[in-house]
Ligand binder design. Sequence first.
Ligand code: SF4
Length: 179
Amino acid sequence: MHTRVHDQEQSECQNGVVTMRSLPLRSLSLGLYGVADVVEFHPDEENGILIKGYLGSYTPKPIEYKHGKSKANDCDRLQLCAQALCLEEMLGCRVGQAEIFYGETRRRERVFLEDTLRQKTINLCAEMRRLYDSGITPPPQPSPACSRCSLQQICLPTSSKRSAVIYWKSVLKGLMEGS
Ligand code: SF4
């Protein structure tokens, strides 16, 4: 699914909606950099922004593709909100909505970028910067989500052979014995 999404050659304009794939994003104020799966630009003559090579004005809407299904927690919505905040800073516009396409249910979930979600995203970015500046990597918090996490081999390198808790206990024991 992601191979197709990240094919930049597939950027296109259909029915007035401009679709850009693998769009690099960044926010200097939040200290974020990433690549959006897909950003749709919908016609919006009132509040839209100009796009080079296209007539009219457009409002961006980030779309994220996920393998699974909608989650109870906010992690996917926070990722979309971070993308929206990057787009707003980069393009000088307001992004009101985003969408997540879940491969398991083959449904799109609309994400409303209201103030509570925005503030939570901003707070998490500040916390991330604080941890980064402190130079201290917090321990992982193993959960069922780890089995589908793209960082698993870095975060929990031996989790496929034994439990993450046992692994991290052994790491901490080694650190304490070495100190
Ligand atoms: S593997 Fe690490 S980063 Fe991924 S979900 Fe588990 S604890 Fe979090």
